[in-house]
Design a protein around this ligand. Structure first.
Ligand SMILES: [Zn+2]
Length: 129
């Protein structure tokens, strides 16, 4: 695990079930920001609690997929699959920012949060200096 206090800074995204419609996700942060010069990474945390949810069982809590126009800012081990899937504790962490990506406060990297039985949700993120 990364921080013991998820959701308190711009590099952390907390993913939950929408209490008013559990087929939907909610996030505490629509746009994350990572610092390239500080080698920051994004952390995603599951706090889903509806319908008897158990982290990682029987399916992963979520997958985040960088499948939008601007692609992914991260140095994925497999660039053909720019996604991260949560572990058995409901946690996922990105790779560092790619060398070829420049900080740009006007450029957003949309991504999709997916899970079995849920509608996808499309938040985003950016890279700062
Ligand atoms: Zn979970």
């Amino acid at each position: 695990m990364g921080s013991s206090r998820p959701g308190n800074n711009q590099t952390q995204v907390v993913i939950g079930d929408d209490p008013s419609d559990t087929v939907n996700f909610v996030v505490d942060r629509e746009i994350f920001w990572v610092s390239k010069s500080h080698n920051e990474v994004v952390e995603w945390f599951c706090v889903r609690n509806q319908n008897g949810h158990v982290h990682g069982s029987p399916n992963p809590c979520f997958t985040v997929r960088f499948n939008k126009l601007n692609g992914s800012p991260f140095a994925h081990p497999d660039p053909s699959n720019p996604s991260y899937t949560s572990d058995s504790t409901g946690y996922a962490v990105s790779n560092p920012v790619k060398h070829t990506v420049s900080p740009d406060s006007n450029r957003l990297y949309g991504y999709t949060i997916e899970a079995i039985g849920k509608n996808p949700l499309d938040p985003g993120g950016g890279v700062k200096g």
